[in-house]
Ligand binder design. Sequence first.
Ligand SMILES: [Zn+2]
Length: 120
Amino acid sequence: MEGAYPGALSFCLPKPVLSAIVAPIMVNHMRHTRAHTANRRSHHALKTPMLAVCSNCGAMHKPHHMCLECGFYKGRQVMDLKAQKDKRDARMQAKKEAVRAQMSAVNAPAPEAPAVEEKK
Ligand SMILES: [Zn+2]
């Protein structure tokens, strides 16, 4: 609150009354010239990412990071990405088959219900 409104008004009036009086006067006239905007944006250019070559597979990867292609870092395997991929593929395959089986069960014609005789 302090510093939001000029002078001693901020001490003697409640905020809604003060806003009604002061707000129409206070217009933000901060004009930015094209040069000002361009100067500010001169630092916004994207830089090309630094990349290193994997010693194991030759793929490009971020320096000081594990290779995302083979899971090697500093010449040794830190993560078995192939095993993880195989595991994920097997899981997805099982899921697809489960969904397919469920869909075929839904679409198949229902077995005929045993005839129920009406009670009299
Ligand atoms: Zn690699």
